[in-house]
Structures are given as C-alpha cells and as structure tokens.
Design a protein around this ligand. Sequence first.
Ligand code: PLP
Length: 294
Amino acid sequence: MAWHFALMIDPADSADGRSDFAATFTEVDPAAPALTVGELSTQRGDGIFESIGVVDGHAQEVEAHLARLAHSAYLCDLPEPHAEQWRQAVALAAAACGAGECVIKLILSRGIEHGPTPTAWVTAAPAADFSTARTRGIRVVTLDRGYALDIPARAPWLLLGAKTLSYAVNMAALREAHRRGADDAIFTTSDGFVLEAPTASLILRRGDVFVTPAPNAGILHGTTQSSLFEHLAARGFDTGYVTIGVEELTAADAAWLVSSVRLAAPITAIDDVDMPMDAAFTASINDYLLSPRD
Ligand code: PLP
C-alpha cells in the first residue's frame, strides 16, 4: 500500500495554553522506520487508536473520533489527548489525502519502555475498495466472545469499551469467519447476547425501528452507527440501543455492519440463514455516509 503521509506528534500538555501545534509535529517518511524497539505499542499492544474515513479530502466525524480517543485514553489510564493538537494533526493528514476514499489513523501508545511520555502519531493512506461489500453484501457467522453480558462492568481491567491496539483477537475472529466461508463475524456473549463485529457495529432493522446493541455491553460506541442513527431519525425512523438475544438476529427485517471506512455493509446471511437485503435503502445510507459529515 502506498502510504500518503505520516506525522509524529510530541504529546502536548493541555495546560500550556498553546493554540498552534505545528512545532509539536514532525512529518516523517511513511515508508521508513519511525519507532524504537522499546515501543510498548509494538511490544504489548499497549495503546489506543482511531480510524477515520476520509472522502475527497474531508475527514468524517472528527469530533466523535476525538471524543472516543479521549474515552479510550481514560479507560487505559493514558494522559488525556489534547483535542486541538489532534484536530490540527488530522487536518494536515486530510490535506495529504487528495480525491477518493482514504483512512487516517490516530495512534496513542503508552510510549517507550521506561520512557517519560507516550508516543503518538497519525498516518494517512488510501482506503481499500469496499464497493462489493457495500452493494452485494456480506455473509457473517456468530462467534462466542467468551464472556457474559455483565463482565464489562465487573472487570473494567479487560478494557472492553476501549479501542486498544490489541486487535489480535479481533483479527483471529475474522480469520475464523473466513475459514467458515463467511466474510465477517458477529461476536456474541457466553450467555447468548449479541455484541458487535470485530471491526464494525451491528444495526438491525425491525419494521421502521433501527436498533443496535447498547455500548455499555463492553463494545465500542461506533461513530458510524451514531451518525447513521441521527440521519435515520431525521428521515422519520425510530432508533434505539437495546439488548439483543442471538435468536433475534435472523428475525430482523434487515441487518448491516457499519464502520468508518467500509461504511454500511448489508448482511445477506447469518450462520447460513439468508437475510433480506434492501439494495436501494442500503445505497441511500451509503450515500449519506459518503457525504461530508462533521
Ligand atoms: N466495533 C469495533 C470493535 C471496531 O473496531 C469498530 C471500528 O473499527 C467499530 C465497532 C465501528 O466503529 P466506527 O463506526 O467508529 O468505525
């Protein structure tokens, strides 16, 4: 992949009153090594990240991503990211993106082992082509995530609502889905409730009501799902956060996995049970998701 851009960020102190953060940024060659071997992000996956979709140079939902970055930092006991500094870094990355779809990643690592500060950087690269998933849909399988619905509240050290860099489990779930002949997975709890996909949120349609699993169940609060719920509400639909049993999945009138870069991928089968797919409606929500969103 031809990376467009990479920027190392010296973490700023929110107390220093600065408003221009250019002096805290160092643009680096995206193809050259940039991290030291003592990096805790690479040694332990100890850090957090965000992936922001970019359409024709416009970074989507930046404030929602910055809010979630701050929430993940809080859950992981990392220093609070300076919002204005990251906003300026995202603007520089977006300016490097040109036409078409790109992805900007924000990474905040615990830093270098025994080092004084976190390490932070931003990258921009072209997005993969997701047009087939958006228009023809995806087959999914349910996979047990191995804990009960109430675990996030009882075991906060599992960091279940944080977007940490430890995505090895999420990637393993995707490989398992592929082994089972599917494109993606829906995680379920050990007591039979639906959570999210390894890199996306789940939305179900029931008549004119759209629902998604409540984010307090140890899942990420998706920026795409939130934005889409606002849009659906403006179109006159009802939306809600609910607890969904696994057996309710195939009773839905339609289902999608939604995320910042792939956007809305309609689900055509769950565990080999065919699901209805509304191509025109899906196209209308992807048109919305591709329009400039703040
Ligand atoms: N859930 C998980 C585990 C994810 O990794 C992601 C995005 O990567 C999402 C949900 C969807 O979040 P967003 O819509 O903000 O991309």
